[in-house]
Design a protein around this ligand. Structure first.
Ligand code: PHB
Length: 390
């Protein structure tokens, strides 16, 4: 490089410094958002990323004098990749938060990195009860399966369901859902038979045949977000909608992202869950309207957990005056309460898990669209698995 060119470049750099002083590295707080953006669980990544974008559009990208920069990484739903990407985000990008985590094995893969680096891991999707115990830096804004599955078992007992079958995806949250539902209904005199379906590329047909043969009063289903429409299609193809077996479950099955495309087979399905796009509150109306306008789709429970996860990050930074030590941030998050689009929520100061209302809902057609319409509320539900240990 010639001396003249060097001089010119130096002068240009000096001029740009005068025009816009660059933010110092310590003026930017980075959030590493690790999500399945491709593959079978891409809808989870799409919903959470869209909600994070909405939160920043509404609240700005600066909090406590710091610019909040979100770095999205696609782990494709593969735990080894989640682990490597989380490590790179901590070591190379120096993120102050890890967030996202679309499935239980992905959240668990990142937990040792959060512990080692002392970086908060904000779990926005994964929902096996034990995840918060995998690291003292895990804080959750989604749900736990025992938290949302127990109320539908109580509802079943009260509504004459004596003989039930469960059909769950065969991994952490499915096993949690199966146990919570079965134990709760059995204690109230019910009989329950359990079926487990592989998580990846599920074929429900042989299991649905067993349900058709056994003719229980109800079939309880847990499938993770994104899988409900495959299940519903096979339920319809087997003629189970006309068999007299009542279809119930957690709201993952009647996910707001998929519900409209399921058609009439979904009408009347009763589920218990923490979020419905039809939740009647001013906060939810504003959230749903803003989300649809920005992203041209209906938000589901993944979106609301992503939105609340960003709120938790922003409010924790306000409390620490922008300081980014992981211990201070987690301490700031513990016990935090606010009104989410889903209703009132609190981060349990003992467990770092979420305390929230669980609603009983029924699929109905409203203004030509299918919605999970809430008709009963169980307020301030803690994760029952951890509550039983305390
Ligand atoms: C999970 O893997 O923990 C998980 C994923 C999606 C759900 C529920 C649980 O809808």
């Amino acid at each position: 490089m010639t001396a003249r060119r060097n001089f010119l470049l130096g002068a240009a750099a000096a001029a740009s410094l005068l025009i816009s002083p660059p933010l110092h590295a310590q003026d930017t707080v980075k959030v590493g958002l690790v999500l399945p953006m491709t593959g079978s669980f891409a809808s989870t990544g799409r919903q959470i990323e869209a909600a994070v974008k909405l939160y920043q559009q509404q609240h700005g990208a600066t909090v406590a004098g710091k610019k909040v920069e979100v770095i999205v990484k696609d782990d494709t739903g593969t735990p080894d990749l989640t682990k490597r990407l989380s490590q790179e985000l901590v070591v190379n990008d120096k993120v102050s938060f890890l967030a996202g985590f679309g499935l239980t094995p992905l959240a668990l893969a990142a937990a040792p990195i959060a512990t080692q680096a002392k970086v908060p891991e904000v779990v926005m999707a994964a929902a096996t009860a034990t995840i918060t115990e995998a690291s003292p830096y895990v804080v959750r804004t989604s749900m736990t399966l025992p938290q949302v599955a127990t109320p539908i078992a109580d509802w079943s007992a009260k509504n004459g369901i004596k003989k039930a079958m469960t059909m769950v995806s065969d991994y952490g949250p499915g096993i949690d859902a199966e146990k919570a539902f079965s134990d709760t209904l059995t204690k109230q005199g019910g009989k329950v038979e359990n079926l487990r379906v592989p998580l990846r590329n599920p074929d429900f047909a042989p299991f649905l045949q067993r349900v058709a043969d056994a003719k229980p009063d109800a079939l309880f289903v847990f499938v993770p977000s994104g899988v409900g429409s495959i299940f519903m299609k096979q339920f319809l193809e087997r003629g189970l909608d006309k068999s007299g077996v009542k279809l119930i479950g957690t709201g993952d099955m009647t996910d707001d992202d998929l519900l409209n495309d399921m058609g009439d087979v979904a009408l009347g399905v009763v589920t218990s869950f923490h979020y419905s796009a039809a939740h009647p509150s001013a906060e939810n109306k504003a959230f749903v309207d803003g989300f649809k306008k920005l992203n041209q789709m209906r938000p589901n429970f993944m979106a609301v957990a992503g939105y609340d996860g960003m709120h938790l990050i922003y409010e924790a930074l306000k409390k620490t005056n922008g300081a980014t030590g992981g211990d201070a941030l987690v301490a700031a998050m513990k016990g935090m309460s606010w009104t989410s689009p889903r209703g009132p929520i609190t981060i349990d100061p003992q467990t770092r898990d979420i305390i929230q209302n669980v609603y009983i809902r029924k699929v109905e057609r409203k203004d030509g669209e299918l919605y999970n319409v809430e008709f009963d509320t169980i307020p301030n539900v803690k994760d029952p698995v951890k509550a039983a240990k305390m």
